[in-house]
Design a protein around this ligand. Structure first.
Ligand SMILES: N[C@@H](CCC(=O)N[C@@H](CS)C(=O)NCC(=O)O)C(=O)O
Length: 229
């Protein structure tokens, strides 16, 4: 049995999407990061970095239980285990790994900072807002150029797209206009329409009201309400 420790955030949704795409059963263990459940001694044994997601597979390699944290590593593990969304040969796999690493090291952390400074920071810090909005736009340009040439980030739909999508769907928090990036917009719409993705985005939606609320200054600072989903 697979056990997923997760919460309905972009990094959690990567795995909700992957498991819905794979159509494999799993036991979901909600870890309420708003209540600090990621900091309990029991959870720290699973992920010493006190973050979601984490996976335990009781039927891991050599039939032994395996525990994995870091969403990119978990996507990679599941793609290898089930031989899906991971290309057909080494050339395709290195392309997929390249874009997966781009998401893990660049897109996720930088867009996370854009969310923080634009929406959640207790005060408006213009240096942070400008720095991460500029970086978000730069990253969207990189994606747009790639998606002009390929239907998906590494050719066919893969774990690289599954990793990037839950972040890009939150573009209103990042100071970008999706219409300025038409190839990203086309890609986003295509992925949103996948039945597994629709199903996955509903996982733990009942906890949406426990997610952080935009800081009070956001409306004044930006003049128009940030469209928060
Ligand atoms: N690089 C990690 C990042 C995970 C991450 O930042 N998770 C957030 C939710 S999206 C979290 O658990 N935050 C709780 C905390 O930082 O205490 C991954 O991709 O798995």
């Amino acid at each position: 049995m697979l056990h997923l420790y997760s919460w309905p955030t972009p990094n959690g949704h990567k795995l909700h999407i992957m498991l819905a795409e794979l159509e494999v059963p799993y036991q979901l263990h909600p870890i309420n990061i708003m209540k600090g459940e990621q900091l309990t001694p029991e959870y720290l044994k699973i992920n010493p970095n006190n973050k979601i997601p984490a996976l335990i597979d009781e039927d891991g390699p050599e039939r032994k239980t395996i525990t994995i944290f870091e969403s990119g590593a978990i996507l990679f593990y599941l793609a290898e285990k089930y031989q899906r969304f991971f290309g057909n040969n080494s050339h395709e796999r290195y392309q997929i790994m390249q874009w997966l690493m781009f998401q893990m090291s660049g897109l996720g952390p930088m867009l996370g900072q854009a969310h923080h400074f634009r929406v959640y920071a207790p005060q408006a810090v213009s240096y942070g807002i400008e720095r991460y909005t500029k970086e978000a736009k730069r990253l969207y340009n990189v994606l747009d150029k790639q998606l002009q040439q390929q239907p998906f980030l590494a050719g066919a739909y893969s774990i690289a797209d599954i990793a990037a999508f839950p972040w890009i769907r939150l573009w209103p928090k990042q100071g970008v206009q999706i219409g300025d990036f038409p190839h990203v917009q086309r890609w986003l719409t295509q992925i949103e329409q996948r039945p597994a993705v629709k199903k996955a985005l509903d996982v733990m939606s009942e906890h949406a009201n426990q997610m952080p609320k935009p800081a009070a200054w956001v409306l004044d600072y930006f003049g128009t309400p940030a469209k928060i989903s």
